[in-house]
Design a protein around this ligand. Sequence first.
Ligand code: NIG
Ligand code: FE
Length: 418
Amino acid sequence: MMKSYTLISNIKMLAGILDKNILLKKGAEMGVLNSIENAYLIIENDCIFGFGKMEDLNEGIQNIKISHEINANNGMVLPAFVDSHTHLVFANWREEEFEMRIKGKSYEEIAVAGGGILNSAKKLQSMSEDELFIKALERLNQVIKQGTGAIEIKSGYGLTVHDELKMLRVIAQLKSVSPIPIKATFLGAHAFPAEFKNNRKGYIDLIINEMLPNIAKENLADYFDVFCDQGFYTVEETDLLLKAAAKYNLKPKIHANELGYTGGVQVGVKHHALSVDHLEYTGNEEIDCLLNSNTMPVGLPNCSFFLGIPYMPARAMIDAGLPVCLASDYNPGSSPNGRMGFVVSLACTQMKLTPEEAINATTINGAYAIELSKTHGSITIGKNANLIITKPISSLAFLPYNFGNDSVESVLINGKVY
Ligand code: NIG
Ligand code: FE
């Protein structure tokens, strides 16, 4: 194949440079974001080929012919975000519940009354695969433009064999057209459908005996998720489900400890979960359990912001030596927004992470949480050139500081402006 080279010149700061052997950052290392000021970066086809200081550019371009130049005009260059937790395939928004919550109803009360996830399931069940795909593709395009360069998407609004498979097929279709990598997670155990309210075992059996074998046969999922929490799946039910998923080599990435100290983190770690997500209720026991594991804790600050629930204690977790990853949780119930820049702002303003920690949490650690850190999540020679070029800004801190405003000038996907 003909090699083509793109030069990004006049980069005020190239940030997020990492050795290729480092697959995640934890504890004090999270505060370090290696960077070069006044830098250039060269892309070969779709991968990072080299970088250095502008004054050494002549050396850098020796022996290669640059076919395309992008002037960063004193913007910063960062690795694109890796959003390791989304539910971006859904039929419709749920602003009616938003109004109920304004008037005092809690997320759990709305769920018990048949709203929440069951409301989304009803909407999704009556929508065709094609229509779902078109809607999801629009959202995917939007978040890519906002700087997301790799993403995970869950099922979990189907809740029948037919509709869970339908959702996963939509994700498969997205994978086939997406310029960014997508990982698919099967979340049949997101809620109990109304008809199984008094027969929980019946629905769990359906997941184990009908959904899992069919999903495995069609190779529709990379991971397995359970909403292990108060009012949803118990630790015992989660344990049973994770055992069943392991037979199909589906690694767990579970929803845990959003609504209470439920033991969700512990059951996830016991099953070597790749990640445990939410963790608004995390104390010393959960921290100790995570310290003895390879499981990535994933915080979802949009959800805390939007539902008015506590934030994952990310500061204390990093101070204890843990890695922390942050993701958008893009979904119609608890986070109707997939913009990762806002996640970074909340990380700083609400979770008291430094801008450097927040960027590591949303890039390299996000990549770890979906097993992409060998190819994504940092500025590393040979990694995929999915990059963000910012507007000319004075420092890294300006990104989260100027919250809600978009400092992203352009996004490069596979080395090309998206
Ligand atoms: O991650 N907490 C569980 N699941 C989603 C929300 C689902 C919904 O309300 O539609 C979440 O917040
Ligand atoms: Fe979620």
